[in-house]
Design a protein around this ligand. Structure first.
Ligand SMILES: Nc1ncnc2c1ncn2[C@@H]1O[C@H](COP(=O)(O)OP(=O)(O)OP(=O)(O)O)[C@@H](O)[C@H]1O
Ligand SMILES: O=P(O)(O)OC[C@H]1O[C@H](OP(=O)(O)OP(=O)(O)O)[C@H](O)[C@@H]1O
Ligand SMILES: [Mg+2]
Length: 413
């Protein structure tokens, strides 16, 4: 069966409207590809030169001679710059997360793109579109940023200057996934393998995929050995493309799955390109070369870890009759969900009866994962717990911040 390409895809009238990215011969190289003949590598080198200056004429000459990107040093400026999404679903969540960490972003009015965080006096916030945050981290115009992993992966293209400082900020959960119609020739197709093996696709008539992810898409298809694929770009409402005849499949973000369902599309086994959520990302050069950047990251990271760790937990307090703290501890620790972070805190409850002070009860305090709350309450009752009080936890500051150690190792510090 042969299917005709719509004319707009055959002719590619405008790169911004319909850029057909055939997988053969190869997907676009990374921004900082060392290949001197590549337009992408040229753009990357220029971009870098906007903000980072070469350390000396001699090193420039030697790097030109060996074909590598010139060694760069960071241009001086007083403030550390943190990029936050200026619009879209991530904008409010990023500010709310910082607020939960007692970092209050003071933006005088919503159209002002720079703001302050009084708690971090050496740091400026710059509001930018998520993809521009990544671009500006690469060019040296920003030092830190909060974006979705999908945006970071698409626009960062694996650049080693980008370091993920915290990979799970607990918002913006979604995944990047291939979806196909659940009708017509795709009705019985359930996996990427089955999709790739459909007889319809050939060099002349490839599988047409509409996506905003024109780096990750071709890369994924190539890694999965799938031939005869052509990508077209689109900026929004991609889910309409198959029904409009513009594409056979789409590659887009999915969260609840409602948009796919409402447009008669389905995901397929093996079709998930990336699991994504918001991440804190930093420029390696900024962290190593910019005065104060590492301290700022340390403080933000400590606050984030303390808040995010606490976010998944409740404090549970209960009273328990017993002869001694040790005896109560044994009963509590006999239950699998009651060991808390390091173990239960058990303290005597002093009661006055007939003028005498006695200890008949002990108060136990534990941290319990939110998901295990009800199970924990049942276990507490089973060993004699009564008057169970549950309250949210705000921060857990551990002895050390695990991601800080990982960051230092990554930076070879
Ligand atoms: N449906 C979703 N559910 C949860 N997170 C999502 C969803 N769609 C996108 N995201 C996450 O939010 C980020 C920003 O998406 P958003 O749609 O707000 O902005 P955008 O796509 O950059 O801009 P726009 O859609 O206005 O062109 C994405 O990079 C992704 O990480
Ligand atoms: O699985 P769901 O919960 O239905 O979410 C998925 C939709 O969310 C995003 O679109 P967005 O709302 O950002 O609109 P856009 O296409 O204009 O970016 C994404 O591009 C999907 O279309
Ligand atoms: Mg969107």
């Amino acid at each position: 069966m042969s299917i005709l390409l719509p004319t707009n895809l055959q002719k590619c009238p405008s790169p911004s409207l319909s850029l057909s990215l055939s997988l053969s011969p190869s997907p676009p190289p990374p921004i900082h590809s060392p290949s001197p003949s590549s337009a992408f590598s040229y753009l990357g080198t220029r971009r870098r030169c906007l903000r980072f200056v070469t350390s000396s004429v001699a090193s420039l000459q030697s790097s030109v001679a060996n074909g590598s990107a010139p060694a760069a040093v960071v241009v001086e400026r007083g403030q550390i710059r943190l990029g936050l999404p200026s619009k879209g679903r991530m904008a409010a969540d990023a500010i709310d997360l910082l607020k939960d960490c007692q970092l209050f972003v003071k933006q005088v009015n919503p159209r002002q793109y720079v703001a302050q965080i009084p708690q971090l006096p050496n740091t400026e916030v710059w509001f930018q579109r998520p993809k521009d945050i990544v671009r500006k981290l690469l060019s040296g115009d920003l030092d830190l940023g909060i974006v979705g992993l999908d945006t970071l992966s698409e626009y960062g293209q694996g650049d080693e200057d980008l370091i993920i400082v915290h990979e799970a900020l607990n918002f913006g959960d979604c995944h990047l996934s291939i979806a196909i119609p659940n009708y017509g020739i795709f009705e019985n197709i359930k996996s990427l393998k089955e999709l790739a093996q459909m007889p319809q696709w050939s060099e002349e008539r490839p599988l047409r995929v509409a996506t905003g992810f024109t780096y990750l898409g071709p890369k994924f298809m190539k890694e999965n050995g799938i031939q005869h694929v052509a990508f077209s770009t689109a900026d929004g409402a991609l889910e309409a493309a198959p029904a409009m005849g513009i594409a056979d499949a789409i590659l887009d973000l999915v969260s609840s799955g409602t948009t796919l369902k409402e447009n008669n599309l389905k995901e397929i086994d093996g079709g998930v390109v990336l699991e994504s959520q918001a991440v804190l990302v930093a420029s390696r050069r900024a962290l190593t070369d910019r005065k104060g950047a590492l301290n700022t990251v340390h403080e933000i990271l400590e606050r984030l870890e303390a808040h995010l760790k606490a976010d998944g937990q409740f404090t549970v307090v209960a009273n328990m009759r017993g002869n001694s703290a040790e005896e109560v501890a044994e009963r509590v620790l006999s239950q699998p969900s009651l060991s808390g972070l390091q173990g239960p805190t058990i303290s005597p409850v002093y009661c006055k009866q007939d003028g005498q002070v006695s200890i008949d009860y002990y108060a136990i305090v534990i941290c319990v994962p939110k998901k295990a709350l009800y199970e924990s309450v049942k276990q507490l009752r089973a060993v004699g717990g009564s008057g169970v009080l549950v309250s949210p936890l705000t921060y857990i500051f551990d002895e050390d911040t695990p991601r800080w150690g990982q960051l230092l190792t990554n930076l070879k510090l």
